[in-house]
Ligand binder design. Sequence first.
Ligand SMILES: [Fe+2]
Length: 275
Amino acid sequence: MVPPSLEDNFEDILQKARDGLGLSMKALSEQSGVTPPMLKALFHGDYDKTSLTAVAPLLQLDAESLVDIAEGAWSPQVHTPEGLWQITSPFGKGMTVHAYLLKIPNSSEALLFDTGTSLEAIKAILDKHKLLIAAIFLTHTHSDHIAILKDLLEAYSKPPVYVQANEALRGAQVFKEGDSFTYPPLTVETRLTSGHSPGGTTYIVHTEEASIAIVGDALFAGSMGRGFISHKEALRNNMEHIMTLPDTTILCPGHGPITSVAEEKAHNPFIRGAS
Ligand SMILES: [Fe+2]
């Protein structure tokens, strides 16, 4: 099987880190010794190992992990547990977004995390497994993650919708950092992973088989979401609220493949660069 490709390639990672740190190309060139034309080419995706290795530490990125990503040498190897479905739908030009469905054991209901853009894709899984939606949890309110919320509420007799208080949304109930929700035998814990958005939330659910964290755009396999609010805050939250979870925790990002805490500790240039 061909592994699902990562959300960000090495030049996306470089750009996110440089924007996050507010470092100019001129300063980066002077400090790394990489000439301005070579640096420009690198940021446009022209891979050169020596240049990449020289700039990585200045961008607080782990060079070895970044080289592996540039050379296509790594993608996360994670087994998706029973009763968890990643639902991929198109968004914008050539992009996709994921929603996740998690079955509540011994019931005919599931929890939905984000909506993505395709009602049909969600309906297909619910119908196939004869499930209804018990509740909808939003990781954040960027349009690709809530695109069909209204349609879902109409199609599934208005299940409750939950969102963190910093991103209050009409029709959704707000919660505060650390609140939790119970759907026996599941408990949904919340951790604030803001920085990409003001109320970005990671939902942690322990099933019999695994611990699962739905992280939204806080973290991607091998990368992280853009720090629209604050890159520093986003990275700090990732370190404190996601990377402190047990290594076996399965991470479900809003874009790119499913990963795990262990995989990111070993291969994410941002995480390794901040460790
Ligand atoms: Fe987002």
